[in-house]
Design a protein around this ligand. Structure first.
Ligand SMILES: [Zn+2]
Length: 151
């Protein structure tokens, strides 16, 4: 069963560590362990689905609303010049972990010529600084987007 070996299922269950930013019954927001940019986040569904094509529509809508709320925080509150909000489905598209997730990648300054760039492991200090940067906004934005989007 994929759920038993899937790293994101383990993160959801809490048997694998991650830097968590937000969670409710359906979705979890964590920091990407190998960030493309400062503040690279992942929105995952709590339940295991392989890719975007497999997720139930209402849950899919919720995950994208959460991703949009995160993009809004970066653009409206934190001064990011751009944000990539993207999901990879299938190995040829760059999917590495086969549990549906949306990348939210803030772009802070120059125009990126290499989409994924070079990716090193995030440090504890960096992770904590990203969490501190987002914490004042996260609940208001996420609940606001979900309220307006799912009503
Ligand atoms: Zn999984």
């Amino acid at each position: 069963m994929p759920e038993e070996t899937c790293i994101f299922c383990k993160i959801v269950k809490g048997t694998e560590e991650s830097y968590k930013l937000y969670r409710d019954d359906d979705v979890l927001v964590i920091l990407d362990k190998y960030p493309v940019s400062r503040g690279h986040l992942l929105v995952l569904t709590s339940r295991h689905f392989e890719g975007v094509q497999d997720v139930e529509p209402k849950l899919l809508a919720k995950a994208w609303l959460v991703a949009s709320a995160l993009a809004a925080i970066y653009r409206k509150e934190l001064g990011a010049g751009g944000v990539n909000v993207v999901t990879n489905s299938g190995r040829p598209a760059g999917q590495v972990i086969f549990h549906f997730h949306i990348h939210v990648i803030p772009r802070w300054n120059s125009i990126e010529t290499s989409f994924w760039g070079s990716r090193g492991v995030i440090t504890e200090k960096e992770a904590q600084s990203v969490i501190s940067m987002l914490e004042p906004y996260i609940n208001n934005y996420v609940t606001g987007y979900l309220r307006r989007g799912l009503s």
